[in-house]
Design a protein around this ligand. Sequence first.
Ligand code: C6P
Length: 409
Amino acid sequence: MHTPPFDIAAVRRDFPILQLPIERPVAFLDSASSSQKPEAVIAAQAAYYRTTNANVHRGVYQLSEQATYEFERARGRVALFIHAHSAREIVFTRNTTEAINLVAHSWGGTNLSAGDVILLSQMEHHSNIVPWQLLAQRTGAILRAIPIDSSGRLILDDLDTLLKGVKLVAVTHQSNVLGTINPVHYLASKAHAVGALILVDGAQSVPHMPTDVQALGIDFLAFSGHKMLAPTGVGVLWGRKALLDAMPPFMGGGSMIKTVTIEVSTYADVPARFEAGTPMIGEAIALGHAIDYLNGIGMAKIAAYEETLGHYLLDQLAEVAGVTVYGPPIGPERAAMASFTVDCAHPHDVAQVLDSEGVAVRAGHHCTQPLHAALDIPSTARASCYLYNTTHDIDRLVDGLRKVKTLFA
Ligand code: C6P
């Protein structure tokens, strides 16, 4: 493997959990589910509670103003991180799921009617399927999905036909199972050519690669803090300002209004219109620090390092007889993750044996039942890498799989 483009040992030291347990630290290969957190992020959240804790956008006293300043500064960091035009295009949500539901409810409820088509793909996470189903049930809109080929790539030959009647394309940038990186820029241009908008599920891409919403040419982007070194409980919806401005509220309550009478209310400008109630203040501030941490290393370097790790992961798995890996070959179209089956053991047994060896992987359908149906398998085990993983973690995975083979063969 090439020399990492950053000091990987120093990075690992920044993550307290990777030092535990002392005698055999965990080989953590489940970052696609939720990433580990560096000390700087943990400390930033604790510092908020120790020194700045107060509600935001409400008090005139110093603590509240400081909390508001830090909360809004985090919004600004998110905006810069994805090249949004302005912080006002950044809506804090709980997670990717809530961000997609917000668009489905607010934009979809206003702009879609019976017969309009929402184009998804076969590889979507349930978070980018079920909100659209709920919308379709309310409006009479129709769901359609771009199929995938046997290597786990979208089949785009019939895209023009699939786009007939489409008002919204909602696709993942990176599959959480196959690791496929989809041609979002191309899909955006095709969607716009038929007058449709495009929402991108960035839950798996934003943590791992540079993201530029302008260059991608998309309309909405949803992602989660907890997969990019930040705490759980904070996510992001980015939307083009004109679109957000035209959207009605998602939830009602404090903070999202201008005026309220018993009969009727007027609503605040975006993003406040979509942030009803007290937000996740400490978590959002910590997300700002997670972004600082990622920027400190550089997203291009992280992506380059993960590509070499991905090569190593796929090469090593190919050496274990009876292991089938799903998804395209490693390269610009494939992230550093591998969902696989082992011929002699159920994925849950695989994950359990690996756990007994201190290797953490996920097993199941990974919230992608339609994808697993297309692959004609009920479930897979999945190893996913992040900036703190090393070839040693992958060696431990492969050793664990050899143990699975001896136990179950
Ligand atoms: N995937 C996984 O192990 P939330 O839960 O809202 O933070 O993220 C939902 C989500 C949406 N889209 C994609 C592509 C995702 O991968 C996820 C979360 C985790 O694969 C948990 S199921």
